[in-house]
Design a protein around this ligand. Structure first.
Ligand code: G3P
Length: 217
């Protein structure tokens, strides 16, 4: 299971990358805003830190302009994956950019029908948004399951990048279903280490150790 980190916070990316937890990074306009940094400058810094795909999103809504923006973003580093929205123009841009050998991440996917179109347009990654579906009481995991089944039925090579991950359970469920990649905020990745029985067990071990009166080293 590959982990992408869903942030433009370079300190958080570095901390996780140093532990070998980062197979790639995803950003979007909201995350760039949150970082308070210039898109080119911060994306370059991320690409220097991470060898896997780093998604940078276009903001144009018309295919020709999306392609121009995508090609500009691609000059930042060889590991840029150009992120385009799942609109008809986005699919048009996806086809053009992948035909030129660029990696493309098709984002804002909320249905299996959209995911089929992205695969047909040659997307490298499809990003179904689990949390935002859950927000409107639609089971986001069912979408991951449907896309997995359909892509496997036809051997589509597009990788399923489970996005809008909000909890540890989202990560585990996406893995169980067989999403190729999960992109999660750093806080969710760090929360995966936590378990109350770990805390309780450690507490007991330390208390018992203190009673032995021993020390190591
Ligand atoms: O990867 C997409 C992600 O950034 C969206 O997450 O929590 O804003 O729905 P969220």
């Amino acid at each position: 299971m590959k982990f992408f980190v869903d942030t433009a916070d370079t300190a958080a990316i570095r901390e996780l990358a140093d532990l070998g937890m980062v197979d790639g990074v995803t950003t979007n306009p909201s995350l760039i805003l949150k970082s308070g940094r210039d898109i080119v400058e911060v994306t370059k810094e991320i690409c220097d830190m991470v060898s896997g795909p780093v998604s940078a999103e276009v903001v144009a809504t018309e295919a020709k302009q999306m392609i121009a923006e995508g090609l500009k973003l691609a000059t930042i580093a060889p590991n840029i994956a150009i992120k385009v929205p799942l609109t008809w123009d986005g699919l048009t841009a996806c086809k053009a950019l992948t035909s030129e050998g660029q990696m493309v991440n098709v984002t804002l996917c909320f249905s299996a029908a959209q995911a089929i179109l992205a695969a047909k347009a040659g997307a490298s990654f499809i990003s179904p948004f689990i949390g935002r579906l859950d927000d409107i009481h639609i089971d986001g995991m069912e979408l991951i399951e449907d896309i997995r089944t359909i892509y496997d039925n036809y051997d589509y090579e597009t990788e399923i990048l489970a996005a809008s991950i909000r909890s540890v359970n989202h990560v585990v469920e996406a893995g169980r279903i067989g999403a190729d990649i999960v992109t999660a905020p750093p806080a969710v990745i760090k929360a995966m280490a936590g378990h109350p029985l770990t805390d309780k067990g450690l507490d007991q071990f330390l208390k018992d150790w203190a009673k032995t009166g021993q020390s190591i080293g």
